[in-house]
Design a binder for this molecule. Structure first.
Ligand code: HEC
Length: 140
């Protein structure tokens, strides 16, 4: 039976959980935040198809002569577990459909763009390319 006390407890819990919901940081907006940042740098439109082509396009590493691409570690199926081309370590799927915490942290995304673009292209990716990749990865 519902006593007045248990009712009061239930309503206190409701208030507490509503407050928790409000204070959860807006992580889901990481991609949107980055896209608007890239737009403020002059990009007018993003192109997921261009990123899809770039994903498997190989670039020759000037030092080793090795052919490198994004798909070399992440495979060409982003819902699949990847494998690091040099260390052999497994890499969780990049697709948010396969791994929901993907693309939720601006700092992580920029850090890995910096590392991976430099490894594959021997330069950093442009804001245009990064925006394209984000749309592409998100859609997979
Ligand atoms: C040499 C292996 C390798 C290559 C090549 C590579 N990546 Fe990655 N990538 C990683 C590793 C390792 C991580 C971090 C581990 C993880 O997030 O599971 C990562 C993480 C990422 C992330 C972060 C995802 C998130 O949720 O924060 C993005 C975005 C990404 N890679 C994009 C790319 C793009 C674009 C390319 C091609 C330009 C590329 N990667 C090429 C190994 C690679």
């Amino acid at each position: 039976m519902l006593t007045r006390r248990s009712l009061r407890f239930a309503s206190a819990m409701l208030v507490a959980s509503a407050a928790l919901t409000i204070h959860v940081p807006a992580q889901a907006g990481a991609v949107e935040d980055l896209l608007s940042q890239y737009k403020s740098l002059g990009v007018t439109a993003f192109d997921a198809e261009a990123a899809k082509r770039q994903w498997t396009t190989e670039s020759k590493d000037p030092e080793s002569g090795e052919m490198r691409s994004c798909s070399k570690c992440h495979t060409d199926n982003l819902r699949q577990t990847g494998k690091h081309a040099t260390t052999g370590k497994l890499i969780d799927p990049l697709s948010p459909a396969a791994k929901p915490d993907r693309l939720t942290d601006v700092k992580q995304i920029e850090k890995w763009f910096r590392r991976n673009c430099t490894w594959v292209l021997n330069r950093e990716c442009t804001p245009q390319e990064k925006g394209n990749f984000l749309l592409f990865i998100k859609s997979q």
